[in-house]
Design a binder for this molecule. Structure first.
Ligand SMILES: [Zn+2]
Length: 203
């Protein structure tokens, strides 16, 4: 006869459940992490909990570029050392991190917070496209680099935005080929990304 299954204490089960919702964390890893956190000194566990709360409480989207920031407008948008006549459009904030790591891009950004995906019911109004077009109305922007990922949805999103911009007197470019097809910008190495940026082509 099998003996009854006794679950972990309720708070532990809850932590395992929450950790299991993180990307790339399966149920076994979630359990391992939860028991690891049970063993760390209390101060360390609290620091983690507070960092998670702070990232929600103390950040907003920059009203210009839509990147995550703790001061609006963000440090990039207010920088006098950057070119304000060029905007690089990316899918998500992580992509900015990847482009900044190259140290070769000196313009501004615009975060779409997603890409067009009819299958998932994501249309233009779900992305920060209206906000982008508003920035272009000023007439100060001379080039828009479309740096969405080189996959089907990324290409479709780029094409859509390119069509919106085409009546305006603005050069529209796309990152050069060479990025791993179907891959994400954030995983591209710095040399590849720098090359893709510097060899960008007019759309
Ligand atoms: Zn900004």
């Amino acid at each position: 006869m099998r003996i009854g299954f006794i679950p972990a204490a309720e708070p532990v089960t809850r932590l395992i459940e929450e950790l299991g919702k993180l990307p790339g964390i399966g149920p076994k890893s979630a359990a391992r992490l939860a028991y690891y956190l049970l063993r760390v000194p209390e101060a360390e566990a609290r620091a983690l909990a507070e960092a998670i709360t702070a990232v929600k409480d103390e950040t907003v989207l920059c009203s210009h570029c839509q990147n995550i920031t703790d001061s609006d407008p963000c440090a990039v948008c207010t920088s006098e050392e950057r070119h304000h006549n060029i905007i690089c459009v990316v899918k998500e904030p992580l992509d900015i991190l990847a482009l900044e790591r190259t140290g070769r891009y000196n313009g501004l950004y615009h975060v779409l917070h997603g890409v067009l995906s009819p299958m998932d019911g994501i249309g233009p109004e779900d992305l920060k496209i209206r906000e982008l077009m508003k920035r272009l109305e000023t007439g100060l922007v001379e080039e828009v680099i479309l740096a969405t990922n080189p996959n089907l949805e990324g290409e479709a999103t780029s094409m859509y935005i390119q069509r919106l911009i085409s009546p305006l007197d603005i050069r529209v470019t796309r990152l050069a080929r060479g990025l791993p097809v179907g891959g994400d910008l954030e995983y591209a190495d710095e040399v590849t990304l720098t090359h893709a940026l510097e060899s960008r082509q007019a759309m």
